[in-house]
Design a protein around this ligand. Structure first.
Ligand code: NAP
Length: 301
């Protein structure tokens, strides 16, 4: 298939492109910096700076992963606008492209995040659970609504509400590792907040599963079936690294340092991938210990 990917140069997108290339797909990647993106992408990937640059290429499927980084720095008004624009404008442009193509793509697999559900304590969350009402929850709703407009052109739309993506060379784990390796890791706030997580390899596998399964549309929780609390995650990571993790980071300190962005660290939802499991998707790494072992054993191999 000829597949158009936004965010293809990112932590998730670059591994997705590698896997799709290995499966023999033709890749069209949108990147603001094609030169820089090229180094991260498989040979023969067509890279262009704007979505409409691909109007002549007739993509048969689209994967939408572009977006300014959510868990990075304080959320000034300008940063919040960037978080919104980088997702909504990109998604609107993809829908516009679907309307321009002689033959619309078969599907649009579009990113979203666990933040869709907001702060939900230990309530079990499935795709039927209602959305939250804070900034990220509203952003995710707007992002999903924008993607769903592609259905007007007969495109199958699948929305992936992604949990914390784990792998060695990027994402949140790479940010946590220096402190944990020095024995300075610790729970964030109460540690009771849920952290739905997913091994990057499983996220790529499920995106491919959604690309290939013509009947699957709507929202899918993209996280492992066994979510853990922040305290459980902290214990598991420290144990894997054979380091203590006895220095909790107080809620107030995180609020002072990160402002509103601290919500991402201090709140969560016990998200379960109900629809993926009902659809027959099998996680390779359903348990956190397994995922961490794979990641760290691979690192030292
Ligand atoms: N990683 C996670 O744990 C996680 C969890 C939940 C949801 N997600 C979502 O999944 C998607 C992929 O995540 P990721 O970890 O791969 O993200 P990432 O590594 O930060 O990559 C995101 C990509 O989006 C593009 N981008 C960044 N800022 C942009 C802007 N202002 N305007 C347009 N494009 C921009 C970049 O491509 P170029 O620089 O090449 O243009 C970048 O490669 C993101 O939308 C993220 O919010 C990720």
């Amino acid at each position: 298939m000829r597949i158009l990917i936004t965010g293809g140069s990112g932590f998730v997108g670059s591994l997705l492109c590698q896997r799709l290339h290995e499966k023999g797909h033709e890749l069209l990647v949108v990147s603001r910096n094609p030169g820089r993106a090229q180094a991260k992408l498989p040979p023969r990937t067509e890279i262009r700076p704007e979505i409409h640059n691909f109007a002549e290429n007739q993509p048969e499927a689209i994967v939408n992963l572009a977006g300014d980084s959510i868990a990075e720095g304080r959320w000034s008004e300008a940063k919040k606008q960037r978080l919104i624009d980088s997702r909504i404008e990109t998604t609107n442009a993809l829908v516009e492209l679907c309307g321009q193509l002689k033959q619309p793509p078969r599907c649009l697999i579009s990113g979203s995040a666990m933040g869709y559900y907001g702060d939900r304590g230990d309530e079990e969350i499935t795709e039927q659970s209602p959305a939250g009402n804070e900034f990220i929850a509203e952003l995710c709703q707007q992002w999903e609504s924008a993607a769903q407009q592609a259905e007007d052109y007969g495109v199958r739309v699948a929305l992936v509400r992604i949990g914390l993506v784990l792998d060695r060379d990027g994402g949140s784990l790479a940010k946590m590792l220096p402190a944990f390796k020095m024995g300075l890791g610790g729970t964030l706030g109460s540690g009771k907040q849920y952290m739905p997580w997913i091994h990057r390899e499983d996220l790529i596998r499920l995106i491919v599963f959604l690309l290939e399964n013509e009947k699957l549309g709507g929202a899918f929780n993209a996280s492992a079936p066994n979510p853990v609390t922040n305290a459980e995650f902290t214990r598991a990571l420290a144990a894997k690294l054979s380091r203590p993790a006895i220095l909790p980071v107080p809620e107030l300190a995180l609020k002072l340092i990160f402002g509103e962005m601290s919500r991402v660290l201090l709140t969560g939802a016990k998200m379960k991938p109900q629809r993926l499991q009902e659809s027959g998707f099998e996680f390779k790494y359903p348990e956190l210990e397994q995922a961490l072992s794979e990641i760290f054993d691979k690192q030292t191999a």
